[in-house]
Write a protein that binds this ligand. Structure first.
Ligand code: ADP
Ligand code: ZN
Length: 519
């Protein structure tokens, strides 16, 4: 038996490697670089932990989250692996001790925060010891396009220059093509073997509904499907967390809040109960879940909309790690969209980055309003194709009510066509609503077009939604530079009345979404 397989069994207690783990381990053990794209819960950690133990020297792991680093190190220590970390929580003497252990060859693995790793002092230290590999966890943090950009990550390219010949393994659960190429470029991983795992989590049933009487919907979902199960409910604000936890308690469930406003002691004790006791529901802001490894979480409920599909996927991915049937349920509210947009506006991101964040939020809204298979939509976002509808999401199981919006789709498409395909959504909606406040409307005689004012039957938000759907279903292409909308080949049959176009029936949402109007 190979050394790697032996460690898998003897140290970690697992009989077999999963999916591509074995190939990845072999690549690193043989001294080559690797880029690993694997969904949360897929088993990324072993991909560097085992090579770090097979190869001589210390495996250096860069991880951006201090809590996660500490959890991993203590888990490894329990298994008898010689692991340690250096981050801002260590005292000077503790740090000196860890370094001493590394120098004398007593460590298999050393976890470092990116800030530490790029520091001059650490660089010198690393030069003085034998490093077996560099693992760069959460590698998407290097990408501006990603959802978690961190400046220090961009400096990690120096690993390649300063430590030539030491294998590097970059890992992330974010797979989109843009992020992938940025990781390769920024980390100089041009020669790395690339491993892409499927993002499909077949045991998770996805369902998304709109909030009407929110808490009752949440309760119905939990009562009907998870009367005694452990689960996580995500909310956007601390106040909502407290409120929902109280509500679930009043229904007789063990529900505990978790958010940054609680003391460390309370947070830890609630987390511990969730892990140790049966049937506990954690109601949490997104602060919860990083590094939580509880295999039998039977449901993840979003009581607020997350900020993008990556977050949705990551958070829902905490359900059903044991492979048993589990639910990912969301009840969204147009208020959440307004709030998320405000977060983006108020953030200190640059303009270009803000546009990216808005687009990512749009993709999530599309997923919510989607009529087709949720899993297909989700996987398409991660650039993976599922050939058939999954049969295990709300849209597959209970096809939603649709309204025929063919007439409106024709209007929307011809507005783009009649204005020479030179304009973006907002301008086209102005035209459809007969609004000539934009002086270009009169100047270019767009107020003379027969589509001018033709769309007054619907409000602005309705049209935005229609345009978003036309874009996400590839009837329109957005010019990445100017935001102007161009018709694709697919648009023709609609314009010619040969095909119909449907929207999810959310008439009720129309009024509620008036607030989203200003955004
Ligand atoms: P990721 O970092 O990709 O989110 P982890 O490395 O935390 O995933 O692994 C997720 C879970 O799967 C952990 O509980 C881990 O112990 C378990 N796991 C990983 N590889 C295997 C394997 N080959 N066999 C059984 N369980 C595994
Ligand atoms: Zn489906």
């Amino acid at each position: 038996m190979g050394a790697a397989k032996n460690i898998l069994k003897e140290v970690f207690g697992y009989g077999e490697f999963r999916n591509q783990q074995e190939d990845i381990v072999n690549t690193i053990v043989s001294g080559k670089d690797a880029l690993v794209l694997m969904p949360t819960g897929g088993g990324k950690s072993l991909c560097y932990q085992i090579p770090a133990m097979v190869r001589t020297g210390v495996g250096v792991v860069v991880s951006p989250l201090i809590a996660l680093m500490q959890d991993q190190v203590s888990a490894l220590k329990q298994l008898g692996v010689k692991a340690a970390y250096i981050n801002s929580t260590l005292s000077a003497s503790e740090e000196a001790m860890v370094k001493q252990q590394a120098r004398s060859g007593e460590l298999d693995m050393l976890y470092l925060s990116p800030e530490r790793l790029v520091g001059e002092e650490t660089q010198e230290f690393l030069q003085s010891i034998e490093v077996s590999l560099f693992a760069i966890d959460e590698a998407h943090c290097v990408s501006q396009w990603g959802h978690d950009f961190r400046k220090e990550y961009q400096k990690l390219s120096m690993l390649h220059q300063k430590f030539p010949g030491i294998p590097r393994i970059a890992l992330t659960a974010t797979a989109d093509q843009k992020v992938r190429s940025e990781i390769i470029k920024e980390l100089q991983l041009e020669d790395a073997e690339i491993y892409i795992s499927s993002f499909d989590r077949p045991n998770i049933t996805y369902s998304i509904e709109e909030q009407e009487n929110g808490k009752q919907q949440l309760w119905r979902f939990i009562k009907d499907n998870h009367a005694n199960d452990a689960g996580i409910v995500y909310c956007l604000s601390r106040r909502k967390v407290e409120n929902v936890a109280e509500f679930l308690k009043s229904k007789g469930r063990k529900a505990l809040p978790y958010h940054a406003g609680l003391s460390n002691r309370v947070r830890e004790s609630n987390q511990q109960k969730f892990l140790m006791e049966d049937g506990v529901i954690i109601v949490a802001t997104i602060a919860f879940g990083m590094g939580i490894d509880k295999p039998d979480v039977r449901f993840v409920a979003h009581f607020s909309m997350p900020k993008n599909i990556e977050s949705y996927y990551q958070e829902t991915g905490r359900a059903g790690r044991d492979g048993h049937p589990s639910n990912a349920w969301m009840a969204y509210n147009y208020q959440d969209v307004v709030m998320q947009r405000q977060f983006i506006k108020d953030s200190d991101a640059g303009d270009e980055h803000k546009t990216i964040l808005h687009n990512k939020l749009d993709s999530l809204v599309d997923l919510c309003e989607q009529l087709e298979c949720r899993r297909q939509t989700l996987l398409r976002y991660f650039e993976e194709t599922l050939p058939e509808p999954c049969g295990n999401c709300d849209n597959c199981l209970n096809p939603p009510e649709k309204i025929d919006a063919t007439k409106e789709a024709q209007m929307a498409l011809s507005a783009a066509y009649r204005t020479e395909q030179q304009f973006g959504i907002m301008y086209l909606i102005d035209v459809l609503l007969g609004n000539d406040a934009d002086e270009r409307v009169v100047e270019l005689k767009h107020n003379k077009l027969n589509v001018f004012g033709l769309g007054k039957e619907h409000v602005k938000t309705w049209w935005r939604r229609l345009y978003r759907q036309l874009i996400s279903q590839a009837y329109l292409d957005v010019d990445s530079e100017f935001g102007s909308l161009k018709l694709t080949e697919k648009a023709k049959p609609i314009l010619q009345g040969e095909e119909s176009f449907y929207l999810r029936d959310v008439v009720k949402a129309k009024n509620k979404s008036k607030k989203a109007e200003e955004v």
